[in-house]
Write a protein that binds this ligand. Sequence first.
Ligand SMILES: Nc1ncnc2c1ncn2[C@@H]1O[C@H](COP(=O)(O)OP(=O)(O)O)[C@@H](O)[C@H]1O
Ligand SMILES: [Mg+2]
Length: 257
Amino acid sequence: MQRITFNMQEPPKECEGAHRAWEWWITATEEEKAVARRQMDEKNEEFIKSECKRLLTPKTWKKSMWPAGKEIRFCFRDWDYTLQADHETAKAVACQAKALSDKIIAGSTDNAAFIGGTGCGKTSLAIAILTACRKHSMPCMVLSTAELVSSLDSSYGYDDARRQIAKVEKAAVDCSVLLLDDLGVEGGPQIKPVRRDMAQLMYRISNARLDKATLVTTNNTPAELGRMYDERIVSRLIPKNKGQIVDMRGLDDVRGK
Ligand SMILES: Nc1ncnc2c1ncn2[C@@H]1O[C@H](COP(=O)(O)OP(=O)(O)O)[C@@H](O)[C@H]1O
Ligand SMILES: [Mg+2]
């Protein structure tokens, strides 16, 4: 590391802290100075590292609402196709997801949807896309729709919680790539229309993201989603183009395997 050397001048006595440091410096041995320099270098390094981390983690990521409140880490290398009985489909869906991620990194704003049963790896592949995008400094965010509904529920009558949700909404609109995880669970097993504030929130988010990529994972068919949400929301979020739909129906539940 290159060091700037300078002759320290005596600071005014009124600046007590600086004066004490100066006194120490002019009386310190070379060895003591070397220790102090090392400590300063270490502190600077720590500071630089933490600043880099802060700058590389855009605000939108921190506003994520994770399924069961727990951040998930997954990249394409973590995908193990041998967990599935149908190796070929397991390979094919991962290749499709990788191609979708390359496309988004290259600038595409087309939405994509992962459809399939519980535990087959929908969220994992979608997170792998976000991981790749984040490596290219794209602001990303994860919104678990179940968590979102439950926070809307518990925020009822609490201004602070409402403000918090407004910040989440802003981040969801602003980020380059948004993952709406498990869209449809909020409709319950009877596939009922979702609560009004949730429907309105999803409408605003989907409407504001027409020029940004949104990924959706869901256990439901578009027709079922249409029973929970306004058709306009479904048609904005779920792509029609087959290439943008990762069909994982028929894959096994490998949770805990
Ligand atoms: N092909 C796979 N390779 C490695 N881990 C997998 C694979 N598929 C699923 N998993 C793991 O199984 C669990 C359930 O996967 P998840 O992506 O949450 O499923 P889904 O969103 O479809 O319910 C997670 O812990 C995930 O990491
Ligand atoms: Mg999931």
